[in-house]
Structures are given as C-alpha cells and as structure tokens.
Design a protein around this ligand. Structure first.
Ligand code: TYF
Ligand code: FE
Length: 380
C-alpha cells in the first residue's frame, strides 16, 4: 500500500508507546457541497489544475444529486450538488454557502474506526455499510465533528475501481495541466467562541490525536483580528487539523467573520503541498487565483529572520510568498483570498523545507493582510 509523502512528526512519548486505536492512512477525499457542481468542477480543474476522475449523477442512476470527483497528486475532491429542492444538501448550502461537508479518512477497518470513535463519544453520522460493484467492495462509516462537518472512514483495500462504487470513470476531453499540488498538508477548522478546547479534546479523546502546537491571542493578535489556535495531529502525523477560535480584539476577529458568514463552525482552509511553490503559485496566478499580499517591507528583513534559503528572494517577493522557519528547517507559504463569495473558505499553498510548524513568524503580516481584506468588505 502506498503511503503519503508527508513527513512524520515528533509526538509526545506517551503517544508513541500507546497503541494507536485509530490508525489513519491518509486523507481519502474532501467533499464539498456546492450550488453548481458542474461549474465548480470546471473551476477547480481550469484554475487549480485538478484532473477529472469520476462522476455520479442522473446517468449513473442517482435521482437527487450529482458528484464530480477530481484529483491532483494525492488530493481528491468531490463536488456535490443537489438535483432537486429540499433535503440535506440544499439545507447545508442554504446555511453555509459552498463548503466542506466531509473530510474522509482512509483506514484499514472502517467498522473498527466507527466502534473506537463512537465508544469514546463520537456522534454517529452513519453506521458501517458496505457498497459493492464489479470492481470490488468498500466499507464506509461516518461520525460528526465541528459544526455540520463530518468524518467518513473509507476502507478500500478490496476495491479496484477508479474511485468508489456508484461512480463511473469521468474522462472528458478537457484536462488542463496540473499545477504541481501533491497532498493535503493540513485542514483547519474554525469553531465558535470558547469551543477550541472542546474540539481539541474531541480529537484527543475520541480520535487519539495529540496536540502539536498552541498559539494564543498574544502570539497572534494584531490590531484587530485575534484568534487562538491549537494544532492536533494523529499518531503517524499524516493528518493535521489545526482548530481556531475567535478571541476578543479591537475589532471583529477574522474567525468571527467566518462564523457569521458560514453560520457556524466549519473548514476555514485547506493547505495543499507542492514541491515547487514558485512554479505552482506562478501557474495559479496566471489562471486567475488571487492571493493575499504583504507590504514589500516584509522582504527587507525576512532573511535576517529565517537565514539562508535555497530560493532566490526576488520571485518569492514578486509572488508574495511568505517564509518562516523552526528548529528543523524552513517553510514557504501563501494564502488565497476567500475562494467563495462569502468570506469563508480559502486555500493555503505550502512547501516544507524541513519545517514542521505552521508559519507563526508570518502571523502578523498574514493577519494584517486579512484585515485589509476585511476592511474592504466592511466586515471589520
Ligand atoms: O494553519 C495555520 O495555522 C496557518 C496560519 O486564520 C493560519 O496557516 C492560522 C489561522 C488563520 C489563518 C492562517
Ligand atoms: Fe494553514
């Protein structure tokens, strides 16, 4: 079985010694509920370089919804829309706009994953169930997490088809070149006031994760935006879920703005890894993706802060790529503006050069850039 080329993390000794009751092989897929899956799929393909993989809808016997599956590197997205009125998908879109419904986790045993988590207090989304087609069998189960977001456990070792039972291969003429995205580095949840610890405890107790890092409002309160954040990681470090909550600042926290527009807790950003951020961001910018920008003064002293790096500074500055370091190395990262009309979800592009951290040294510059956007929306 292939493994993700994600780096493993140093976790506290207790977690190495204790048996992992929920071994996770990686992120299987992320499913977004969207108003118009056909057009969303086109956007993620044309702008983000995803490739068509699979399809389910009227042509495959579905009556009430349609799903397009697209892939780049190990990243798989499902874009799902309802085909009629009423129902859970419409309700989700009405409440939240387009957004992440499911973060699916690839496991060896979906039944055990369900039992281990529900017996520790997870709320069931659906019980283990088998689905089959000519290509084999998949076992699924699901639990709820923050807001209306869910985790689906996917056991696919007995499946040989292109994606999952019920889907047919999708092979349209249009296949834009990829932009070098490789895997999901982390997926961040925004939760409500004073809910961060509750959800970090959920990941610790129910899913056996450990806390990697914590940032409080002193680390990351700029003039206006304030938040607290803890990063939870599973035992092998392949799955990292930072959790943010709003904190009181001078004006409205970016997390509160998200919660207002999303109508509750949900996925704030996905960080997608590349091994050449200059090429990836150049391609994305050429295809119309808009990134947050920092003042050019950021680049005047950044190398004093991070030391020597392999890349030339000029293209990093020209693209607005941020640099940070930790004890183990450095990282390069950049953030899009919200990719939806509601100021909710955005995407981070990250290239790790040894660093295991999340860019704390960039928080001030980044959050000031976010505040400039909030200002332009009148939501501060
Ligand atoms: O995932 C992280 O922790 C970094 C930094 O609202 C970050 O990408 C944290 C909070 C936030 C935006 C970015
Ligand atoms: Fe991030």
């Amino acid at each position: 079985m292939s493994t993700l080329d994600n780096t493993s993390l140093k976790l506290p000794k207790e977690n190495l010694e204790a048996e992992d009751f929920l071994p996770l092989l990686g992120t299987d897929y992320v499913e977004l509920y969207v108003g118009n899956a056909k057009q969303a799929a086109h956007y993620y393909m044309s702008a983000w370089g995803f490739q068509p993989l699979a399809y389910a809808g009227l042509e495959t016997g579905l009556k009430d919804r349609v799903s397009y599956v697209i892939q780049q590197g190990k990243i798989r997205l499902i874009l799902t829309s309802p085909l009629n009125s009423g129902g859970d998908i419409n309700k989700h879109i009405d409440a939240h706009g387009d957004g992440v419904k499911a973060i699916a986790l690839w496991v060896d045993d979906a039944t055990k994953s369900y039992k281990e988590t529900t017996s520790r207090g997870a709320q069931s989304y659906f019980e283990p169930r088998k689905e089959k087609d000519a290509n084999g069998e998949v076992v699924f189960s699901g639990i709820h997490t923050y807001g209306e977001t869910v985790h689906v456990f996917v056991e696919r070792s007995n499946y040989k088809g292109v994606f999952l039972p019920g889907y047919k291969a999708w092979n349209p003429h249009y296949k834009p070149t990829d932009v070098g995205l490789k895997f999901i580095d982390h997926i961040v949840g925004n939760v409500g006031w004073n809910e961060m610890n509750k959800w970090c405890e959920f990941y610790a107790k129910v899913m056996g994760f450990a806390q990697l890092v914590s940032f409080d409002d002193k680390d990351i309160s700029t003039e206006y935006t304030a938040l607290m954040s803890k990063v939870m990681s599973n035992g092998n470090g392949r799955i990292k879920f930072p959790i943010n909550e709003p904190a009181e600042g001078r004006k409205k926290s970016q997390i509160e703005e998200y919660i207002d527009f999303y109508n509750g807790s949900g996925v704030q950003h996905m960080a997608l890894a590349t091994d050449n951020i200059i090429e990836t961001v150049t391609a994305l910018r050429d295809r119309g993706i808009e990134f947050l920008t920092v003042p050019s003064s950021y680049y005047e002293d950044v190398l004093d802060r991070v030391g020597e790096i392999d890349e030339d500074l000029a293209p990093l500055k020209e693209l607005g790529i941020l640099i940070d370091k930790d004890e183990e190395g450095y990282l390069l990262q950049i953030f899009t503006k919200p990719i939806l009309d509601r100021p909710t979800m955005f995407i981070e592009i990250i290239q790790r050069k040894g660093a295991k951290s999340f860019g704390k040294g960039n928080f001030k510059a980044l959050f000031e850039a976010i505040e400039r956007e909030q200002e332009s929306r009148g939501t501060l």
